[in-house]
Design a binder for this molecule. Structure first.
Ligand SMILES: Cc1ncc(C[n+]2csc(CCOP(=O)(O)OP(=O)(O)O)c2C)c(N)n1
Length: 351
């Protein structure tokens, strides 16, 4: 069925302004700040992949290409808001103040890294697909019952929208009109499965119609547009008008995780239509006359130094104790798991 969800943009693929943002986000200082934040995420990601390849980090989830979707949305929140990430949003979290050390510890198998930013209300990354959506709807409902002015944002991929938990979360959010922003990063693939094989709908935005929920389809590589629609959705939710679904159309440039090779399931030309979000912002800054090579080089140098310091600190940690896998799931471990834990430790159970 043909649907009417045009892609919302403020800047086109050549980095030209096509409309003004209503929050001043296309002005000089803010635009340059977005660049800094996105570069912080990008450089971290590349270094983390190197570390993994050197055997110094466990399996890692890269996000190159999705920085605008993450930074544009996370910066639209207020301090009191709740954040439910999947396993791919550490880029946006780092860009907006999460500790690099925590993220490295998490991917190195240390549970202590599960909460990357103590200053914000961030839940641990959800590895089981879509499970965070009903949880986030529940937290948003709690905020509503307690009459708090908090909004919850929940992140998930395109594949997650084929899960029952997505539909249950959407339904619950809609029935109880909770202050929830459902933020979908449509990056084209669920591991090796392209979106065309995974769903028959033309867009993800249209899935909101069934729940009588407003939705928008935004260019996820246009940081200004993502900021705009998320700000509007957050205001909508905070003012008691209920949930909203955002589909941010983007492209995962690299592998799903460091454990797969996208060359096995993607053609080289796929994704060519997407202009990298950092390059696009660079084009915008140049057109506005705000680009400064020295400034960009300083950002790069300082971020790389910060990453090095974080790696040094994390590598001083003792190896993680893998037997904690058995902890924090049950208050009292069932006897079968108790036995497995014992065996695991007897066999030298360390990661
Ligand atoms: C409930 C559940 N089923 C299967 C998996 C295995 N799995 C891990 S990632 C993934 C694909 C998810 O794709 P998508 O929702 O599009 O998010 P993306 O990884 O592209 O960000 C799958 C099926 C899982 N983690 N949880």
């Amino acid at each position: 069925m043909k649907t009417n969800y045009p892609l919302f943009q403020l800047m086109n693929e050549r980095g030209e302004k096509i409309q003004e943002g209503t929050y001043g986000q296309m002005e000089k200082e803010r635009a340059k700040r977005f660049y800094e934040q996105m570069m912080r995420a990008r450089l971290f990601d590349r270094q983390a992949i190197h570390l993994q390849r050197q055997g110094r980090l466990g399996t890692y989830v890269p996000y190159e290409g999705q920085e605008a979707a993450q930074v544009g949305s996370l910066t639209a929140l207020d301090k009191q808001d709740w954040i439910f990430p999947s396993y791919r949003e550490h880029g946006g979290l780092i860009a907006t103040g999460a500790k690099m050390e925590s993220v490295l510890l998490y991917w190195g198998g240390h549970p202590v890294g599960s909460i990357p930013d103590e200053r914000r209300k961030v839940f641990a990354p959800a590895i089981p697909i879509a499970t965070q959506i009903p949880q986030a709807a529940g937290v948003a409902w709690a905020s509503k019952l307690q009459e708090k002015e908090e909004v919850t944002i929940v992140y998930f991929g395109d594949g997650a929208t084929s899960e029952g938990d997505f539909h249950e979360g959407m339904n619950f959010a809609s029935v109880y009109q909770v202050p929830l922003v459902l933020f979908n990063q449509n990056n084209g693939y669920a591991i090796s499965v392209p979106i065309t094989k995974q769903m028959n709908s033309e867009t993800i935005a249209q899935k909101a119609v069934a729940y009588d929920m407003p939705s928008v389809r935004v260019d996820g590589n246009d940081v200004f547009a993502v900021y705009e629609v998320t700000k509007r959705a957050v205001e909508h939710a905070r003012s008691g008008q209920g949930p909203m679904l955002i589909e941010a159309v983007t492209w995962r440039k690299g592998a799903h995780t460091t454990a797969d090779d996208p060359a096995k399931y993607r053609e080289p030309h796929e994704g060519e239509a997407f202009v990298d979000p950092v390059e696009r912002l660079t084009l915008y800054l140049k057109q506005e006359g705000w680009w400064d090579e020295e400034w960009a080089a300083t950002i790069e140098r300082e971020v790389l130094e910060e990453i090095e310091r974080a790696i040094d600190e994390v590598e001083r940690y003792p190896k993680p104790d893998a037997s904690v896998l058995f902890d924090h799931v049950y208050a009292t471990l069932p006897s079968s798991l108790e036995r497995q834990k014992r065996q695991f430790i007897e066999r030298g159970g360390r990661a």
